[in-house]
Design a protein around this ligand. Sequence first.
Ligand code: ATP
Ligand code: MG
Length: 445
Amino acid sequence: MHNDSAPVPTPVSAGLRSIPRDQHSISRRQISQNALRVLYRLHEAGHEAYLVGGAVRDVLVGLTPKDFDVATDATPEQVKALFRNCRLIGRRFRLAHVVFGREIIEVATFRANVDDGSGDREVHDGGRLLRDNVYGTIEDDAVRRDFTANALYYAIADFSVRDYVGGFEDVQNRVMRLIGDPDTRYREDPVRMLRAVRLAAKLDFAIEPGTAEPIPRLAHLLSEAAPARLFEECLKLFLSGHAVASFEGLERHGLLSALFPESAAALASNRSGALRAMVVAGLASTDARVAAGEPVSPAFLFATLLWPAFCRVWMKLQAEGVQPVEAQRRAADRVTLHQVTTVALPRRFSLPMQEIWLLQARFPLRQRKRVTRTLSHPRFRAAFDFLVLRQNASNAHAADVAFWEEAQRDPDNAIALYPGEHEDGDDERAPRRRRRRRRTQSSAG
Ligand code: ATP
Ligand code: MG
């Protein structure tokens, strides 16, 4: 039984609606062969077996699911006994993973809502951890999920869709609606606010007014979420092909400042809108790459998202009299340091992100030796793409873009074609400093 003091979602008792095969659009052809194998095997062994969650939702709206999750009344041990290629994972809540080469079908036993599903919040009750293997009925399992659209069950027994929360209608109407009381559900797990925006962006759904209303009010709760989980959520928000829609959704619902406080502040104070244009251009090109099946990198993404913060700190430090090169390096460090307390950007991404920023200052330097050095930098290509973005957004870097475009083909020709900007500029190498200062006394900044 649940303990009264545990934050249990408001029960929803819409009751079962079963949508028969001829009244929905899910066909077995849209389900992975491996997921079907798992479903059939469970069914043949006398268990209930359903496809559940994002896969059902995605197929209903005509998208191809990334992964297929199965829900069953069989215990993890019973599942394991049925599949040779099965391993049990999770300590407090055990899940079965049935492994087929690179595809993993996750099989979860119906559970009750003691677990908030968040993976990083623990509900304490007088010191006792209320997060055990509390199995439940399929209806318990449905109401503990976040959105109605995510709580549909496709039954392998009769190919019907089972709906306990009104999700089928919401999917038809393209609406994201939290199950239960929105305030309570966001407090249980603030990441649900991001999921609302992300899934609305991905599916092109509206967020139902009652589900949207608490978000700006409760956005600050995201500071309680684990930074590592927020990083994962950011990758899904921005590297899944709907980055622009995600960004606009975060802005609209007051979540941008909860995820990227310094960038949001910089955007708010940038009256020309050039910084926002640059970010949106970057996200649009990310979306185009995803659509074209090209690789996208978290380093470039975060270089884009945090560029407003970086520019702001960089300018502030220079206004305080810090030399440009030093100001740049300090700005990069400071922005990174502050950001990781909210969204834990791993170093393998933050280092190349900083390199992309710091290379921007090398682009105006066109001496032969510098050109060679810049071209051979491992982050040159990403930094150049970043320069193109800046150019698209503000049109202030046309000469640099033209020069480096040519320099990649023929550096000498580039230098010959675009003369006039050969004066030495900032350089981080100490031995050169004195010479530089003497020659460009008044041109710092
Ligand atoms: P996508 O795979 O497109 O990111 P999804 O809905 O499949 O979307 P997952 O994170 O894979 O998202 O979660 C699978 C299912 O688990 C969801 O459909 C939902 O039913 C449930 N779920 C996930 N996160 C939560 C949460 N924070 N609170 C309650 N239920 C959740
Ligand atoms: Mg999923």
